[in-house]
Design a protein around this ligand. Sequence first.
Ligand code: ADP
Ligand code: MG
Length: 226
Amino acid sequence: MNDTILKALNIRKAYREGSISTQVLRGASMEARRGMATAIIGRSGSGKSTLLHILGTLDTPDSGSLMFNGEDLTKLSDSQKAAFRSKNLGFVYQFHHLLPDFSALENVMMPLLIAGMGMRQARQRAAEYLSLVGLEGKFSSRPSEMSGGERQRAAIARALCPRPSLILADEPTGNLDAKNAQAVFDLFTTLTKKDGAAVVMVTHDNSLAARCDRVLTISDGVIADA
Ligand code: ADP
Ligand code: MG
């Protein structure tokens, strides 16, 4: 069985502002495998977020291919990309991006409802995942009524509860203190392993990266095995 779920090949990306062009990615290649957590490390400004957005079809490369289960995602229309993301991807960001006017339960239910799940089943699944991340007492709390670590746990529950096959995380514990960061990271990797998902995590924290199955370094627009 081929465990590769996503394969990026020779990705190039430049940002143009007026007459100035910055070449951020210069032929970056990597793959993500089922049941495996891959860390991407690199200094600030090296293109980690740019690469992650391209892997998640939120940004388009200038050239290169992005194969997901044999299909080139760069060839999809915008609406096909949105449908692809809803069905297959989970995103976790440094800042939780929870909606402030909704409870933790409603926030976690949101992607399930968008994907077409019925209200009753969505509520059940969201409750299950909030409990898995240790927030069983916080279903009706709004983000403002939760601690930083709790908000990030809720964001992880929201990303994982549709059971996406690929999870992209950009500094998911970047806002937490060291102790919380490690606890949230361990929870995150345990849950993704349980579901057999592939994880690609950008981080500048080498000690967290070292706990992943594989560490890749991005430098000068290309990716190397650390
Ligand atoms: P990292 O996540 O590794 O810190 P980024 O991918 O955010 O790096 O940024 C890589 C480079 O691309 C930086 O020099 C940044 O200023 C530039 N960049 C990122 N996004 C844009 C954008 N939308 N427009 C112009 N330049 C950008
Ligand atoms: Mg970044």
